[in-house]
Design a protein around this ligand. Structure first.
Ligand code: F6P
Length: 557
């Protein structure tokens, strides 16, 4: 499928936005915008299903927003969205539909409904069997998977801890590094452990290595009845059977790995929170799907967030976005979003294979608040780069430590406020600074203590972190990523960029054992010699690299 509507940079709206940016956008000041418009918060905040969004601390005004909405229309965003939801092969390079929305649609309302609901029902019935711990004897569930087969279920299980079965411990093993699985296995017993081997392809090196390690451990520890202790989740039923797994829940090629938590890949979530909880998660996502499909663009939250992303990335030139969930349960959300956004939109050619002349996916990163405040927020407030921040606040906590929850929320509000308001030289001069060096010139000190302000942020608010609100939040992010990808005219649903490293790894693996570095580039050869051989190896650390140290480099030029 090639572009039927113009790519964003070939539209009249794009040119108009560039003019707007040059004339007003570059110097836009949030403090002035609030001073001039007392209704700014109301105008630029909206309630979507389960998610309230305050967009008013973004570097936009009504004029810019209208220009961005024109851009969406000129790029045919609605038609692209409708094609996605109808199951058109929008993943053009792999010739596939992209139908994660069908996984959370009520029975009979979306493509593939019969298969989807049959698998969902079977998976949920199985999850309930596992949750009946008096009968199942299971105390520990180990999900073995990576990327989308790990991050989604892991993020959700941690987020929904308040709803989780108290008699089941959930573990997630993803890394091929044996330091990941080893400590997990250390405390387990075969008879009370269930391994979920989760892999769309069932060929992923890391997952297969860990699955073999788990199976070897199970046998070595005297485990019996493997079929009751290993379950597979995959589109590759044959490979799971070849591995020796007899109980498998399938899904389909039209479910992208990073969009798969709604499929049987969500089995660990179902085991943790049960059938009712999982159905709530799906219902929350479906509510956001309906909002995305039907809300007018100017009140459509994923669309508005995606448009602001384009404004920042392509006009302001911001290359990164920080996500700061003020809820410890959302601590893996930034990692989940990294895959969702960067694997989807980290592309450099459009659907026609033409090089894109503008920036695409920003770097997405973050940590839960308040931890991030004591680590990298310094840079957000006073560094030389502007990084838009996304705060996620949850009004009601699931614990009874009310004073701490108030502190958490006050911190969240304060950070957005500080980023926007900043601190002037005059304010800094007027303050006492008890920890400043005695005798330091007050002018110099004031320069260190000045904050430029005018740094943008979005604040998303959930009333509570529940399966339903989490489902809506995650679906919102999915549609936002779709929106930016659609405007940029790229394929958000392939991931060819992961292939090269995998192929080179397979070629290096035997060389790592043999130490054969012939024909490799100089750096890889040097490192291979340093890393290869038996532990403490024949080559030894001294045997590799430049004995003269880095200084020797000049002589060899
Ligand atoms: O290598 C990237 C990737 O293909 C992701 O897109 C995917 O989520 C992950 O690997 C795991 O793949 P699988 O589920 O097939 O093991």
């Amino acid at each position: 499928m090639s572009l039927s509507a113009p790519r964003c940079d070939r539209t009249a709206a794009w040119a108009a936005l560039q003019t707007r940016f040059d004339e007003r956008g570059r110097t836009f000041d949030l403090r002035e915008a609030f001073a001039h418009d007392p209704g700014r918060f109301e105008a630029l905040s909206l309630q979507a299903p389960e998610v309230f969004a305050d967009l008013s601390k973004n570097l936009i005004d009504g004029h810019t927003l209208r220009g961005l909405l024109d851009l969406a229309r000129e790029c045919g965003l609605q038609a692209r969205r409708d094609a996605l939801l109808a199951g058109a092969p929008v993943n053009a390079t792999e010739g596939r539909a992209v139908l994660h929305t069908a996984l959370r649609a009520p029975r009979g309302t979306a493509p593939f409904s019969d298969e989807v609901h049959a698998t969902l029902d079977a998976m949920l019935a199985y999850a309930e069997q596992v949750r009946d711990t008096a009968r199942s004897g299971i105390t520990d569930v180990v999900n073995i998977g990576i990327g989308g087969s790990d991050l989604g279920p892991q993020m959700a299980v941690i987020a929904l801890d308040a709803f989780a079965h108290r008699g089941l411990r959930m573990h997630f093993v993803s890394n091929v590094d044996g330091h990941d699985i080893t400590p997990v296995l250390r405390g387990l017993k075969p008879r009370s452990t269930l391994f979920v081997v989760a892999s769309k392809t069932f060929t992923t090196q890391e997952t297969m290595a860990n699955a073999h390690a788990a199976r070897d451990w199970f046998d070595a520890q005297g485990g019996t009845d493997r079929s009751a202790h290993f379950v597979g989740v995959t589109t590759n039923l044959q490979a799971a059977a070849d591995f020796g797994i007899t109980r498998t829940f399938g899904f389909w090629g039209w479910v992208g790995g990073r969009y798969s938590l709604w499929s049987a890949i969500g089995l660990p979530i179902a085991i943790a929170i049960g059938e009712a909880g999982l159905r709530e998660l799906l219902a929350g996502a479906h509510a956001m799907d309906r909002h995305f499909a039907t809300a007018p663009l100017e009140r459509n939250l994923p669309v508005l967030l995606g448009l602001i992303d384009v404004w920042y990335r392509n006009f302001h030139g911001f290359s990164s976005r920080s996500v700061a969930p003020y809820h410890q349960g959302l601590k893996r959300l930034p990692a989940y979003l990294q895959q969702l956004e960067m694997e989807s939109n980290g592309k450099r050619v459009d659907l026609d294979g033409q090089p894109l002349p503008f920036g695409t996916s920003p770097v997405v990163w973050g940590e839960p608040g308040t931890n991030g405040q004591h680590a990298y927020f310094q840079m957000l407030h006073q560094g030389t780069d502007v990084v838009p921040v996304e705060f996620i606040a949850v009004r009601r906590a699931a614990h009874g430590l009310h004073a701490q929850h108030d502190m958490l929320l006050a911190n969240c509000l304060a950070q957005g406020q500080a980023l926007m308001l900043g601190k002037t030289r005059e304010q800094a001069l007027a303050e006492r600074a008890p920890t400043a060096a005695p005798g330091l010139d007050p002018e110099v000190l004031a320069r260190h203590r000045t904050f430029p302000g005018n740094r943008p942020s979005t604040t998303l608010v959930l009333d509570e972190l529940t399966p339903r609100s989490l489902g809506a939040l995650v679906a919102m992010y999915e549609h936002r990523v779709f929106t930016t990808g659609a405007l940029w005219g790229l394929n958000s649903f392939d991931q060819w960029g992961v292939e090269l490293g995998k192929a080179l790894c397979n070629a290096l693996l035997p060389r790592l054992r043999s130490g054969d570095a012939s024909g490799l580039d100089g750096s890889t050869a040097g490192l291979l010699r340093r890393l290869s051989g038996p532990p403490g190896g024949a080559q030894g650390p001294e045997g590799a690299g430049n004995p003269q140290g880095v200084e020797g480099f000049a002589g060899s030029a």
